[in-house]
Design a protein around this ligand. Structure first.
Ligand code: NAP
Length: 285
């Protein structure tokens, strides 16, 4: 706390009015709508979240008194870890809804720190930022690249991943999360092990599918043990990139298992970076 600050505890968290008149909010709970204060700091930042990069970035924004920010989550995870910024949850209502939000909230900067496979919200953010005249930066992690010993087959999408599994029955580690698992129903000959954070829809599952729950980071020895104990023959994963989920790639390499690597969807032509420092510099621009 800085000297001269006035702190008010509310149902959503603490509201700090600084000696210079600016307002900072420390939020305990998700906010349904307008999460930003009416005071006017230098920068009003919307972070589109759903990735570990978003979490790191929000901590940096929260620590910078020149910035006021809000993080937006889609609401797919029932108990998301707390963020250091006010949090809004749920869709905006397409490009039109997001454009309206940017204008209503007088957002000055948007950082799209969504997961690299969340293509729709990224396209919406690009279009809405153009419509509202708000600068946008995409913050994403670098994709994984094959290392020596990796046995990857790189494919464009889930449909190609299904084809890459082939006709003969195999024991498949489906490490793609619950979204898109229904695409594998057309290959019911395989015996799947699906790892998810949230329970999938039963109707989405292939007929022979064991579901386990887990949220990264995962340790290499645990991934090796899981693949051995589960008699995995082939791994299917998205090229999400980053360290938190990389152990499964190393485990497959260790066990000399084939990996079907699903490529990222095409990214738009918005400015992009892998660097948190570059994102902070963008916010200072
Ligand atoms: P998506 O297909 O790109 O987006 C579907 C809709 O969800 C969007 O049109 C938007 O609704 C809403 N939405 C998505 N992200 C949002 C956000 N951060 N804040 C507010 N609304 C959001 O997204 P997805 O693939 O379903 O992923 C949903 C969320 O999970 C994303 O935030 C992403 O970062 C995270 N995630 C995705 C994956 C993955 O593999 N796809 C993996 C890990 C985490 P409206 O059109 O109504 O605004």
């Amino acid at each position: 706390m800085r000297p001269g600050n006035d702190i008010r505890e509310t149902s959503i968290g603490s509201i700090v009015t600084c000696a210079n008149g600016s307002v900072e909010i420390g939020v305990k709970h998700a906010l349904p709508s307008s999460a930003l204060s009416s005071a006017a700091p230098c920068r009003r930042v919307l972070v589109l979240g759903g990735s570990s990069e978003a979490r790191t970035l929000t901590a940096r924004i929260a620590a910078d008194p020149r910035l006021e920010g809000v993080i937006s989550l889609a609401g797919r995870t029932s108990a998301p870890r707390a963020y250091d910024l006010p949090t809004r949850v749920g869709g905006f209502g397409g490009v039109e809804g997001l454009t309206r939000y940017l204008l209503d909230e007088r957002i000055t900067h948007v950082i799209d720190a969504t997961h690299p496979f969340a293509a729709r919200i990224s396209a919406n953010a690009h279009a809405a930022c153009i419509a509202a005249g708000v600068p946008l930066l995409v913050l994403t992690r670098p994709p994984w690249a094959p290392a020596q010993g990796d046995r990857w087959r790189e494919v464009a999408d889930n449909a190609a991943a299904v084809r890459a599994l082939g006709a003969a029955p195999r024991r498949v580690f489906l490490a793609i999360g619950r979204q898109g698992v229904a695409d594998f129903r057309i290959a019911p000959q395989h015996d799947y092990l699906l790892r998810v954070i949230e329970p999938p829809q039963t109707d989405d599952l292939p007929p022979s599918c064991e579901v386990i729950f887990g949220r990264g980071p995962f340790a290499l020895e645990d991934e090796v043990a899981l693949m051995c104990d589960s008699r995995i023959e082939i791994v299917v994963t998205k090229n999400s990139g980053g360290a938190l989920a990389y152990a499964k790639i190393e485990a497959a390499r260790t066990l000399k298992l084939d990996v079907v690597m699903i490529a990222r969807p095409a990214s738009g032509d918005a400015a992009a970076t892998h660097s948190i420092d570059a994102a902070m510099a963008f916010l200072a621009s």
